[in-house]
Design a binder for this molecule. Structure first.
Ligand SMILES: [Zn+2]
Length: 61
């Protein structure tokens, strides 16, 4: 089962849609290169109580 969520790239400001692997847990953290500007971002995934997913991102320096 997969769901989508979005984050804002810290580097280029674009909204990026990423699939969430719901089997990987309610708290996830991984590094993904922005598909727009190729800047690596650390993505923090958290499941909300209402079943939605919240993403935070920060630039990986
Ligand atoms: Zn970007």
């Amino acid at each position: 089962m997969e769901e989508d969520a979005t984050y804002i790239c810290d580097s280029c400001g674009e909204e990026i849609v990423v699939p969430i692997d719901v089997t990987a847990g309610r708290q996830q953290e991984y590094v993904e290169d922005c598909p727009v500007c190729c800047h690596p971002n650390v993505i923090y995934v958290a499941a909300e109580d209402d079943g939605s997913w919240h993403l935070d991102s920060e630039s990986e320096s």
